[in-house]
Design a protein around this ligand. Structure first.
Ligand SMILES: [Zn+2]
Length: 342
């Protein structure tokens, strides 16, 4: 029988301190050249082992080979000048110095496919691979060429589709697109954001996920959350259209967030990766807290479609905290799994 409530993470996990400065986004690599290549692979092995030790069912690379979930992918594309930087407000929230699109964008060669193949060789578990979503990519750049967010997103969708097809061929079971921008630009999501995602998954046979969260636990995000009021109803704006889309799974922030859980009813029929671990706090959840979140979600998500997960990536957390949270996630899922099978 298929295991109910298979656990996974949103993607990133902390890097070892010998590879990159810990508890920081965009932290510089501490190794160079061949030592860096080997160091990243070693970190990936460690990250995988920690997931397996915690009984995580659907494992990832922990994003050990990338500096950042968006920019590392963009760095490999033609048409983007990383020397020419502009300061823009990303996610309508905080200023960041970003590279500039200076010409037609294209992918001269695969970006993560070798890394995915390496992960595939290390485990027989189901593997999930995260890519940035088209809208979030557009929102992390300055565009001096297309001068249209929609046009640029469409070009990125085509590029992501090439990468996704090669990831699928390399043995990836689930391909995830990270779209935190979906929580901010609702009109654009409905006008073209979801259509671009569907273009990115065109022709894929594997499962596909869109991850929509309130961001890493960094200050700009926690400050923003303070302004969102007592109920976070952002998902309500985009769920109806998402429910109609070809994306098979949706990964969401739930635990400790002010998202009214009943909004999940709006995507009934989709598989849902329910965030039962808060990534903006160093407090490790108890298994019972995880179970409580999952039980709430079960009112709106059928048991065979519920995937216990983290709210977002855990890259900025101390390693022992992330490790504790992985174990709590499994233990909490286990409690509810037993309740479902009596
Ligand atoms: Zn996230």
């Amino acid at each position: 029988m298929k295991k109910l409530l298979p656990t996974s993470t949103a993607g990133s996990l902390p890097k070892p301190s010998w590879l990159a400065e810990p508890e920081k986004l965009w932290s510089d690599w501490k190794l160079q050249n061949q030592a860096l290549v080997e160091g990243k692979q070693d970190a990936l092995r460690v990250s995988l082992q920690e997931q397996l030790n915690a009984d995580i069912d659907i494992v990832s690379d922990g994003e050990q080979t990338r500096q950042h979930f968006v920019t590392t992918f963009i760095e490999h594309l033609n048409g983007v000048d990383f020397e020419r930087r502009e300061t823009v407000k990303i996610r309508d929230r905080y200023d960041a110095s970003v590279p500039t699109v200076v010409g037609p964008v294209s992918r001269p060669k695969a970006v993560f496919v070798e890394d995915a193949r390496f992960l595939r060789q290390q485990t027989a578990q189901k593997i999930k691979w995260a890519l940035p979503g088209p809208m979030t990519m557009v929102d992390t750049l300055y565009d001096d060429h297309y001068k249209s967010r929609e046009k640029l997103a469409w070009e990125f969708a085509k590029i992501l589709n090439q990468e996704a097809k090669e990831l699928e061929a390399a043995g990836v079971d689930i391909i995830q697109f990270d779209e935190p921008a979906f929580n901010v630009f609702f009109d654009e999501v409905n006008a073209w954001g979801i259509a671009c995602l569907e273009r990115a998954i065109e022709g894929l046979k594997c499962e596909t996920v869109v991850h929509i969260c309130y961001g890493y636990g960094i200050k700009a995000n926690t400050d923003w959350k303070q302004t969102l009021g007592s109920e976070w109803r952002q998902y309500e704006e985009i769920f109806p259209k998402l429910q109609q889309s070809n994306i098979s799974m949706v990964s969401l922030e739930c635990h400790n967030s002010r998202v009214p859980i009943e909004l999940l009813e709006l995507i009934r029929g989709k598989k849902v990766m329910v965030g039962a671990i808060d990534v903006a706090s160093n407090t490790i959840e108890t298994p019972e807290e995880v179970a409580t979140t999952l039980r709430e979600a079960l009112k709106y998500v059928d048991a065979d479609k519920l995937y216990p997960c983290t709210n977002c990536g855990m890259a900025p957390l101390p390693r022992e905290v992330a490790r504790g949270k992985l174990h709590a996630l499994s233990a909490g899922a286990d409690i509810v799994r037993k309740e479902l099978t009596v």
